[in-house]
Design a protein around this ligand. Structure first.
Ligand SMILES: [Zn+2]
Ligand SMILES: [Zn+2]
Length: 273
C-alpha cells in the first residue's frame, strides 16, 4: 500500500505537499476547503497549477480530498439536502482543479435509515450526473455507526453501491478505525471481512484506505482515532493490511489524532515483509 497522511492546507494549499514530503508520505489527503464552514474562497487557477506541478515534482500521489464534515446527503430536509449536493459538486470541482484522484465523504445521517439511504443514493447520482466531464472519483467512506450515521454495515454500503447508476467514478474509502468500531473484526477476521466485502460489493471498488487505529473496542460505535498499532486493532490488524498484495497500489492515508505522521508512516512501512 502507498502510505500517506492528511496534511493541513493552512497558509497555502500547496504547503500540504511540503508537509507530506517532510513526513515521508507517498501520497497526501487534504481538505480542499474549510471542513467546518460552508463558504470558502475559490481556488485560483494559478494556485491549482502550482499544486499540480509541485505534486508531480515531489512525486506525491494519488492524492485525495476529504469533503466537509457538514455535508449530509441523507438530510430529511429537502432544502438542506439540495444545499449539500451543491457543496459536494463544489468539492468535486475543487478536486478536479487540483488534479486529485478522488473526493471522499461520509454518507450522512437520518433517523429513518431507509429514507436516508434513498436520499444518499439520489444525491450521489445527481452529483455524478452534474460533473460528467470530470475525472475525480466520488468515494463513500464507511462510518463507525455512531448515532444515526449511515454506512457502517456492509448491507448499507451495498445498498448505496447498488443504487449508484454510473459506477465508473464511484467507490469506497475504507477507514480501519470506523470498520472496527462498527463491529467488523479486521484484527482477528480480516480475511473473512474482505471476502464478505468482495462477495457483496467487489474489492475493485475499494479505492483507498484511512489508516487509523481505534481507541474504542470492536462494535463500540465510537469514532476516535488512535495511532496505528497503538489502539484496539493493533499491530496484528495493520500487519495483515500492509502485506495484502491486493491493495499494494492503493493509497492509504493516516488521520492520526495529533498528527505525528512521520513516526506512524515509518511504523507502517516497517510492517511490510
Ligand atoms: Zn472521514
Ligand atoms: Zn473517523
Amino acid at each position: 500500500m502507498l502510505i500517506g497522511a492528511h496534511e493541513s492546507i493552512s497558509e497555502k494549499i500547496n504547503y500540504a505537499l511540503d508537509r507530506a514530503k517532510a513526513d515521508g508520505c507517498d501520497c497526501v489527503q487534504i481538505f480542499a476547503k474549510n471542513p467546518r464552514m460552508w463558504k470558502s474562497p475559490e481556488i485560483k487557477d494559478k494556485e491549482a497549477y502550482e499544486f499540480k506541478e509541485k505534486a508531480k515534482k515531489l512525486n506525491l500521489g494519488p492524492n485525495a480530498s476529504h469533503a466537509s464534515y457538514l455535508l449530509n446527503l441523507a438530510n430529511p430536509d429537502l432544502k438542506k439536502r439540495k444545499f449539500a449536493i451543491i457543496n459536494l459538486i463544489d468539492e468535486i470541482k475543487r478536486a478536479e482543479q487540483l488534479g486529485l484522484f478522488a473526493v471522499m465523504f461520509h454518507p450522512g445521517s437520518n433517523p429513518d435509515k431507509e429514507q436516508g439511504l434513498k436520499f444518499v443514493i439520489e444525491s450521489i447520482n445527481d452529483a455524478i450526473d452534474k460533473t460528467k466531464e470530470m475525472k475525480a472519483l466520488i468515494l463513500v467512506e464507511n462510518t463507525a455507526g455512531q448515532g444515526n450515521w449511515l454506512g457502517s454495515t456492509l448491507e448499507e454500503l451495498k445498498k448505496i453501491f447498488q443504487g449508484v447508476k454510473d459506477k465508473s467514478r464511484f467507490g469506497f474509502c475504507l477507514d480501519t478505525c470506523h470498520l472496527f468500531a462498527a463491529g467488523h473484526d479486521i484484527k482477528n477476521r480480516q480475511k473473512e471481512f474482505f471476502k464478505e466485502f468482495d462477495d457483496l460489493i467487489g474489492l475493485k471498488y475499494i479505492k483507498c484506505f484511512h489508516l487509523n487505529d481505534s481507541m474504542f473496542g470492536l462494535g463500540e460505535k465510537k469514532d476516535r482515532h488512535e495511532h496505528p498499532g497503538k489502539g484496539k486493532i493493533g499491530k496484528k490488524g495493520f500487519e495483515q493490511l500492509m502485506n495484502d498484495k491486493r491493495f499494494k497500489d492503493l493509497p492509504g492515508y493516516l488521520e492520526a489524532p495529533s498528527g505525528n505522521h512521520k513516526e506512524n508512516i515509518e511504523y507502517l512501512r516497517n510492517l511490510k515483509k
